[in-house]
Design a binder for this molecule. Sequence first.
Ligand SMILES: C[S@@+](CC[C@H](N)C(=O)[O-])C[C@H]1O[C@@H](n2cnc3c(N)ncnc32)[C@H](O)[C@@H]1O
Length: 421
Amino acid sequence: MRKITVPTFRYPGGKSQLSSIICKYIPLRGRKFVDVFAGRGNITFRAMAEGLDYREWVLNDIGRAPFLRALMNYGDQFKVTEKSKAEFDRLSKLAERNDPHALLMEPFLAFNGGTFDGGGSTTEGGRGTPERYEENVRLACEFLRKHKVRITNLDWLDCLEAEKLGPDDFVMVDAPYIGCEVGAYSAESICPTELIEYLKLAKFNWVLTEYRQPLYVEAFGEPIFEKKVQLRAPNFEDTAGQGIRIECIWTNIGKSAINRDAVTVPFEPVPDDPKDTFYSDLAPEELLGEIRKCAAAITAARNQMNKEMRTRLLPALLELRKRTYRKHPGYYETLAAIGLPADTVRQWFYRSHTADEVIELVEEETTPSTFEGRGGTPPPDVETELLRHADKIAKAVLDNKITFAKRLATEYLRVREETRD
Ligand SMILES: C[S@@+](CC[C@H](N)C(=O)[O-])C[C@H]1O[C@@H](n2cnc3c(N)ncnc32)[C@H](O)[C@@H]1O
């Protein structure tokens, strides 16, 4: 059997397949190599295997740091245990307490290399045989120790700020993809426009991977690499129904400054109510200009809000919690007294009816009927099909995909109407 030269670990959104291409765009040497959304470390392991020469290596991940630490600290002693439902249940409890053996078994036992709590056990035999998997773990441990890797579990921006990066440093940016809900982590745990703005001003070298998203093309231009991929993870939002995505790579390496003003716009107050004919009187170019201005202002406001929370509200709240510990009035009373109960904070993030309408207006109407049969006509067993469809609506509502839920509901009502006796 061929010896493993690069450790790879299954993971939703994991880059073991793409890592050799990604490495082609990374500078061969430098000061710090920071994999800021490291996941199971697949890109870093490839970079190490290819002999990239960096003085410091940092693996950061808000969710997978305990797995990476278990690899580094216990990988040399690891032995695969049996693959059974009982073992899955036992280890998933232990993993909650960061038990290193349980964490190291996770990619082997959990569906698609995800987490124990993120989608059930695998039926695919994990990473091949137990022997192969153990070899992967041991080699990964060797790599991490040899390069004296620092493992952190910070939010991406805190990590990058703490590292004080400059032109000799490299950052790998493989953030959760827009619209991906894979169980092991959520797309909502980063704000893409905030990431874009940060990368635009970055003084360090970076490589970014994402599907072809207009937001990124607008910010960074055409990607330097594209590849069509067939979706495998069942939880990726796939309203187009084709299951095809274009995997892309962007980088700032070799570019001096990328269109730096696109996201930050000067603050312009919303004008007083324009007269009824304001929009119908606009020339086509003026109308597009108005839409562009609004989009940029909304992006800037959103980024500003994130900045307020990260740099002012969060540290201030932490300080207040410290000061009010075991005091009267306590932390929650003090907050309520200044009008900041949790409900207020929650409602900052509610999506308004107008936002839903805007999404509806910008979303292409390409969703094919989710009813079986030709041309969206229901199959003979309409009741079963309607029930199946209702399940989908319920799931979309619970996942907070309101626009998609509404579309499904419209279709549901159309079929109900057509099939009524
Ligand atoms: C696409 S995966 C990375 C996969 C990795 N490159 C690999 O090949 O294994 C994205 C990772 O980002 C992490 N993540 C999500 N939000 C984060 C945040 N705000 N800061 C840091 N890491 C985050 C998730 O835990 C997840 O492991």
